[in-house]
Write a protein that binds this ligand. Structure first.
Ligand SMILES: *Cc1c(COP(=O)(O)O)cnc(C)c1O
Length: 400
């Protein structure tokens, strides 16, 4: 990968923090944006800003075209059969809420199977659905190395109506075998949290044979405030909308309304048009590099970091880079993760510390919090060396 060339596209990577050049290792929380994305958004606001779908005038037509092109780009990116299967929402969290609420009649009082490594966004919507419906929640565990227990999943999947699972854990880093899970549970509705996978590897919904996929633009070089709910057309037709109002209706009387066709049934109100434009630019950028190349780069950086860090910290999750996405959560004996992050910040290094929206996971492995370094296409091995140097400093400070 021509890293230096790509790095130049990200204006923020030039800034200094505490007098040091920024080392941004928090892409699992949100990614940085290349100038191509920033410029696409500015271009929209400067040259063709208008509301979509209801105007006859030229700007309205141009904005509508750009918005629908973004949908087509997303559909192709994940290999959805049709653009109508792509619903624009705010983020992964909203997508999973729309999915859970939308499935409430279909799930009824059945069983919802989750894993113990879910982000709160793929846990709480199902908890709420279970409470409303008297449905049953069940969980598949993970082993000491952070791998999903597949045999346990085979047992528990038998009578599950829904299996909602992350493709890549934002704490363990584990990449789960989604295709195998979809094969095991061919009768269940398979909902995949793709927040950490879609930005980092090729994801093909037809090849994986899944029913629902959720992800956010902001973790894949795009703007905040826009994300995707993908679902199979026949499922979307059966699902209930979650937000009501304009754009999502067909006919309205004072006492009743009928729903619009897909995808508009799920897109009430004026959407994030500029966001969609920026999102398209982000996907174009990723595709120009190639998702396989991005995955390979992530793996190389992760492999390098695993080797360097394993002497220094307690790494959480699988030992092999090939089984992980590009992030490493860790702890240091006797040093609170917040202190680690604060000391690294003095050196201009941005990492995350806390429970990373996965409290039950942390409880399960017997800790309250962890530190997490996460990588993307703009990170270099030199930056990992700086991370290591800074962590050595943390050790020295706390060993005094
Ligand atoms: C970030 C993340 C989410 C939530 O994404 P939002 O964009 O904040 O809604 C959900 N699941 C995983 C695995 C994540 O990493």
């Amino acid at each position: 990968m021509r890293l230096e060339k790509y790095r130049k596209d990200f204006p923020i990577l030039k800034i200094k923090i505490n007098g040091k050049r920024l080392v941004y290792l928090d892409s699992a929380a949100t990614s940085q944006k290349p100038k191509q994305v920033i410029e696409a958004i500015t271009d929209y606001y400067q040259n063709y800003n208008a509301n979509i779908h209801r105007s006859i005038h030229s700007l309205g037509e141009e904005a509508t075209k750009a918005y629908e092109e973004a949908r087509e780009t997303v559909a192709k990116f994940i290999n959805a059969e049709k653009p109508e299967e792509v619903i624009f929402v705010r983020n992964t969290t909203e997508a999973l809420n729309v999915a859970a609420f939308g499935l409430r009649k279909i799930v009824s009082t059945g069983k919802i199977l989750l894993s113990e490594m879910e982000h709160h966004s793929n846990l709480i919507p199902w908890q709420q659905l279970a409470k409303i419906n008297n449905a049953k929640l069940d969980f598949v565990g993970f082993d000491q190395d952070g791998y999903l227990k597949i045999e346990e999943l085979k047992q528990k999947a038998r009578n599950a109506k829904v299996i909602a699972i992350t493709q890549a854990s934002n704490v363990l880093g584990t990449i789960n075998p989604i295709k195998e899970i979809a094969e095991i549970a061919s009768d269940a509705i398979i909902v995949v949290d793709g927040a950490q996978s879609v930005p980092h590897m090729p994801v093909d919904v037809q090849e994986l044979d899944i029913d629902i996929l959720a992800f956010s633009a902001h973790k894949m070089l795009g703007p905040t405030g826009i994300g995707v709910l993908y679902a199979r057309e026949e499922l979307l037709k059966k699902m209930e909308p979650f937000i009501f109002g304009s754009e999502m209706i067909k006919e309205v009387s004072f006492n009743n309304a009928s729903w619009n066709d897909l995808p508009y049934k799920f897109e009430a109100g004026t959407p994030h048009i500029a966001g969609a434009v920026g999102f398209k630019a982000a996907i174009d950028y990723l595709q120009k590099i190639g998702m396989k190349n991005i995955r390979r780069h992530d793996q190389e950086i992760t492999d390098y970091a695993l080797k360097k860090l394993s002497k220094l910290v307690n790494i959480i999750g699988p030992k092999k880079a090939k089984d992980r996405s590009g992030l490493i959560a860790f702890t240091m004996n006797d040093v609170h993760p917040h202190d680690i992050a604060a000391i690294l910040n003095e050196d201009g290094i941005a990492i995350r510390s806390g429970h990373h929206c996965a409290m039950p996971l942390h409880t399960k492995i017997g800790i309250n919090a962890s530190a997490r370094a996460s990588f993307y296409l703009y990170n270099t091995k030199q930056e990992i060396d700086l991370l290591v140097k800074s962590l050595e400093k943390v050790k020295r400070v706390f060993e005094k």
